[in-house]
Design a protein around this ligand. Structure first.
Ligand code: FHN
Length: 429
């Protein structure tokens, strides 16, 4: 952040330039909490789940908005149980939830006074699921973030149109400023009516990258309403002014296997990466390509080694349940976190950059060496910042090591390896 320094009556004053964002102390504290929390549940849930073909179905099947409006009357999640969802989150070892308040189809999963294109006004269920979830999260000590789409395939004022949602048969006119007022109005509702909110996770800016999104005004509104709420925007760029964390999609920071992070450099803010369990974000009834619990644990561990949180997604079904393949895996990851969470929660990346064999994390004087894939019995590390006073496995079993001016050798016998992650703890003096 650039600081203007001026002399006044011999006093040296530092003041931020107009329009410059200075995070409140509560915001800085929330960032630390976020980095310590490490693991959250992403939930893509909306009326699209009725079709069981992902959250992009309106765009992909070129459904005109008048036809798409036939979905809400079929959306009746009578089996939705907020307490069950939040308990699952806790069993998975997660500390927060990020749920879609509005995805690209513009449908509000909460009771919005600004439109009747919402769950209370249009569905037979008639209940504000975000309210139910927020109450349960507060009760069970889980933070709640809202995913809110900038992009909107339904709102008539989302005009000029962006790269997507061009086949929804809306009139070719609209008032962009009115759309932005609507967007801010909904955010005001979300940050006023649901208690303390962890933050807002924006997505869809990339649909109109050259438009004036008035981000500064929107971000200011959020921070004024709730200074501790963290703002993140999935624009796949370095963070913009006013943002509090940087996210990556389907890739670890610095990698680009999925094609979203073409020019996403790693900035100074807390990091998060999100990934799906199968291939889809929103419920897809035909997608059976589920990642194993082992793969998901490795993703979580590698994310921590990259200094990033892991936001793992589920797309609940239209009846309000989470499919068993997801539940099973979340519980397995949770069991691993229960035994090994000390090497993840509250850590930052360790002294070594991530490697193919694994990663390191660190908390205070403890360095955690996560061996994920190593054929040798002995692991060589460069010299660490301090001498090793003690080395042991997470279960307390001692680890043999030698130190020399060249570095550290750690013995990790193949016979005793944990098939998920062999974690060695090095206590530095
Ligand atoms: O288009 C969305 C997609 O539906 C999903 O919400 C993901 C989550 O990171 N983000 C977008 C694409 O960048």
């Amino acid at each position: 952040m650039r600081i203007r320094v001026c002399f006044l009556g011999g006093l040296l004053l530092a003041a931020s330039l107009p329009g410059q964002y200075r995070p409140a102390p509560a915001n800085l504290e929330a960032r630390r909490w976020f980095q310590d929390a490490k693991f959250g549940l992403f939930i893509h849930w909306g009326i699209y789940s009725v079709l069981g073909d992902g959250e992009w179905v309106m765009n992909n099947r070129k459904i005109p908005f008048a036809d798409y409006e036939k979905l809400p009357p079929q959306f009746n999640p009578v089996r939705f149980d907020a307490a069950e969802w939040v308990s699952l989150v806790k069993a998975a070892g997660m500390r927060y939830i990020t749920i879609t308040s509005k995805h690209h189809d513009g449908f509000a999963m909460f009771d919005s006074r600004l439109t009747d294109w919402d769950i209370v006004d249009r569905t037979p269920y008639k209940k504000d699921v975000l309210k139910l979830l927020a109450e349960e999260c507060h009760k069970q000590g889980i933070k709640l973030f809202f995913y809110h789409s900038h992009l909107d395939w339904h709102h008539p004022d989302y005009f000029p149109r962006g790269r997507t949602g061009r086949n929804t048969a809306r009139p070719e006119s609209g008032d962009w400023r009115r759309y932005l007022d609507f967007l801010d109005g909904q955010l005001r509702e979300l940050l006023t009516n649901y208690g303390p909110i962890g933050g807002v996770w924006f997505d869809g800016w990339w649909d109109r990258p050259t438009a004036d999104w008035r981000l500064e005004k929107t971000y200011r509104l959020i921070h004024e309403l709730q200074p501790a709420a963290l703002v993140g925007n999935n624009h796949h760029r370095l963070p913009f002014e006013g943002e509090d964390f940087q996210m990556f999609e389907k890739d670890l920071p610095g990698e680009n296997t999925a094609g979203f992070n073409t020019d996403a450099k790693i900035g100074q803010l807390p990091l998060e990466t999100c990934e799906t369990i199968n291939k889809a974000w929103g419920y897809n009834k035909n997608d059976q390509q589920h990642k194993s619990a082992r793969e998901l644990i490795h993703y979580l561990v590698r994310a921590a080694g990259h200094n990033a949180n892991f936001l793992l997604n589920v797309g609940p079904r239209p009846d309000g349940t989470i499919q068993p393949e997801f539940v099973e895996r979340l519980r397995e990851v949770g069991a691993w976190m229960k035994a090994n969470g000390d090497s993840i929660y509250g850590t930052r990346h360790g002294p070594l950059p991530p490697r193919d064999w694994g990663v390191t994390t660190q908390k205070g004087n403890k360095v955690y060496v996560h061996i994920l894939k190593l054929e040798e019995e002995v692991l060589g590390l460069p010299r660490l910042a301090g001498k090793i006073g003690n080395a042991y496995r997470m279960n307390g079993q001692p680890v043999e090591f030698t130190e020399s001016p060249l570095g550290v050798l750690l013995k990790a016998p193949l016979a005793g390896r944990d098939p998920l992650d062999t974690v060695l703890v090095l206590e530095l003096l």
